[in-house]
Design a binder for this molecule. Sequence first.
Ligand SMILES: [Cu+2]
Length: 69
Amino acid sequence: MSVTATFTVTGMTCGHCVSSVTEELTELDGVTDVAVELDSGAVTVTSTRELSQAEVKAAITTAGYDLVG
Ligand SMILES: [Cu+2]
């Protein structure tokens, strides 16, 4: 099973921010791919299970950014 969900992250300004967010999200159980669009803040996460908003928010907060919504 593969689930794709898109989230909006604010506060990212450069490639380093993109790597931080990608790294934290990749550490979530079941995540197989993370695609970050720096300009729009759109973060697309592909995983083998449905992720909860809470765990995604926690990962993004740990990275130092904010999840919209
Ligand atoms: Cu940065």
